[in-house]
Design a protein around this ligand. Structure first.
Ligand SMILES: C[S@@+](CC[C@H](N)C(=O)[O-])C[C@H]1O[C@@H](n2cnc3c(N)ncnc32)[C@H](O)[C@@H]1O
Length: 244
């Protein structure tokens, strides 16, 4: 099974559980307290009246927010289950099933492509950024979040007597790794160094103008002290903004 088929199969099977988890802040800590607040701060006042594509839209959570801020939003996702949930949750938005590497849209249709936590499912970034570049108008923008490359190579080891020691593994590679998203839901993602990501963006015609490494707000600590303590000191997700 190819990498995209495997991702699709997992979201098709476990999409309902993934969406349900998003309602529980302690189980969706990384989304609720890292990705969503950081993306909200960047997008809330910036999307009104703009044609926005939510790429890898999942169950429609980012698309629904952007529509409430006045954007003209469409959403695409590779998983039928996720698109079914998105249509149910956000009935006013046009969601379609499709692969981000082969988008079902015309050239130059969008002012902005927004994509939360999707890039790391791609082993090869060229088809992804190439398609995003094609569907954007000249001068259009891309804002996306993904697993921070350092998070992918930092391993926590429980110490006898309590505490955790963090060790760094190899960084310069493009290897796959597995991670759990919900009970039984094991996904494969691909490591990319920052140099690879920036080179792939440049090859597709993008100029990077923003890099953020968001951290959780102190109020979130009560929802999951262990994750809070770790990702306040070590990177978890990052966000890149780029323009054609
Ligand atoms: C972690 S979820 C994030 C969903 C949504 N962006 C959010 O933040 O709520 C990742 C989503 O990316 C979708 N996805 C993964 N690979 C994709 C691909 N090649 N094309 C389109 N969607 C993809 C998955 O089906 C899943 O819904």
């Amino acid at each position: 099974m190819g990498s995209h088929e495997q991702t699709k199969a997992q979201y098709d099977e476990f999409g309902g559980a993934y969406h349900a988890k998003r309602d529980d802040p302690s189980r969706s800590f990384y989304n609720t307290f890292v990705d969503v607040p950081a993306m909200t701060a960047l997008l809330e006042g910036a999307v009104a009246g703009r044609r926005v594509l939510d790429l890898g839209c999942g169950s429609g959570i980012p698309a629904g927010r952007m529509a409430s801020w006045g954007a003209g939003v469409k959403g695409v996702d590779i998983s039928d289950t996720m698109v079914e949930i998105a249509r149910r949750e956000q009935p006013g938005i046009d969601f379609v099933v499709g692969d981000a590497a082969d988008l079902p849209y015309g050239d130059g249709e969008f002012d902005l492509v927004v994509s939360s936590l999707v890039m790391h499912y791609f082993d090869d970034l060229a088809p992804l950024f190439g398609e995003v570049s094609r569907v954007l108008r000249p001068g259009g923008g891309l804002l996306f979040s993904f697993h921070h490359p350092m998070m992918e190579v930092i391993e926590g080891r429980e110490l006898e007597g309590g505490g955790v020691e963090y060790l760094a593994a190899e960084y310069f590679h493009n290897d796959p790794y597995q991670f759990g998203v919900a009970p039984g839901m094991e996904l494969t993602a691909y490591h990319h160094s920052f140099e690879d990501v920036f080179a792939a963006l440049a090859a597709a015609g993008f100029r990077v103008d923003l890099l953020q490494e968001p951290r959780p707000a102190p109020e979130s600590r009560r929802y999951n002290k262990q994750i809070y303590d770790q990702i306040s000191r070590y990177p978890s997700f990052c966000i890149i903004g780029a323009r054609l």
